[in-house]
Design a protein around this ligand. Structure first.
Ligand code: PEP
Length: 256
């Protein structure tokens, strides 16, 4: 059985005061979440604060991006080893906002995965189609290419050290969620793509759903066979909402 994983993507939000109350709220129920993995990904500058608050607890911390480079003349970048050094253990890579707004290609994402793995971080590799791509029946082709670049660059075995997040772009921050059936279909497709290379890696990799997941819709999404957790944007900014999703994920463990 795959251990569910719920991760909060705080995006460009936070302040020392807000982070402290949010993390304190999340930590108040962490003891009940032993059956799942839980992490939050604040903006870079807040990682040391959040890592310190989460010290000696099971709450993990991650970055929302990292450089594909280790060091050097790359103004404004943050290397994966630097993230590790300040307490991050995860890093979200290839988020659709970075692909769309910062020109990250499949190859750049693959290079970032390589650098993150080398630094000991667990990449959370985001894949997913735009509305236009879905409506023109290109969902599978897009997701296949996004995965293929990372498989070509890092090898199939590298997926044992990764988490995948299927995030239909049209569902991110829009309030419009994929139906459980729509999400399951793509999750099964992703697992099938990996199984073409290695069946046991495909069975073990955790695939999160992301896109307007909230307490009200989490249980039915998480009940799907190939959905192993959630990558949560908006709902990760309120402890009660984030915990509602964590509880739904923990409940699936008892039900299997
Ligand atoms: C995300 O940005 O990864 C995301 C899933 O956002 P939201 O939950 O707000 O749709």
């Amino acid at each position: 059985m795959r251990k569910p994983i719920v991760v909060g993507n705080w995006k460009l939000n936070g302040s020392h005061a807000d982070n402290e109350s949010l993390v304190t709220g999340v930590l108040s129920e962490m003891a009940d979440m032993a059956a799942i993995d839980v992490a939050v990904c604040p903006p870079f500058v807040f990682i040391p604060q959040v890592a310190d608050l989460a010290k000696s607890t099971s709450l993990g911390v991650g970055g929302q991006n990292c450089s594909e480079h280790d060091s050097g003349a790359f103004t404004g970048e943050v290397a994966p080893a630097m993230l590790f050094d300040v307490g991050a253990r995860y890093v979200i890579l290839g988020h659709s906002e970075r692909r769309a707004m910062y020109g990250e290609t499949n190859e750049v994402v693959s290079d970032k995965v390589k650098a993150a793995l080398a630094a000991g971080l667990t990449p959370i590799l985001c894949v997913g189609e735009t509305l236009e791509e879905r409506e023109s029946d290109q969902t599978e082709a897009v997701v296949r290419q996004q995965l293929a670049a990372v498989i070509a660059g890092n090898g199939i075995a590298s997926f044992e050290r990764m988490v995948i997040a299927y995030e239909p772009v049209w569902a991110i921050g829009t309030g419009r969620t994929a139906t459980p059936e729509q999400a399951q279909e793509v999750h099964a497709f992703i697992r099938g793509q990996l199984a073409d290379h290695d069946a046991s890696v495909a069975q073990s990799v955790r695939i999160q759903y992301g896109g307007s997941m909230k307490p009200a819709n989490a249980a039915e999404l998480l009940a799907q066979q190939d959905i192993d957790g959630g990558l949560i944007g908006g709902a990760s900014l309120k402890a009660e909402d984030f915990l509602g999703i964590c509880r739904a994920a923990a409940d699936t463990v008892g039900n299997q």
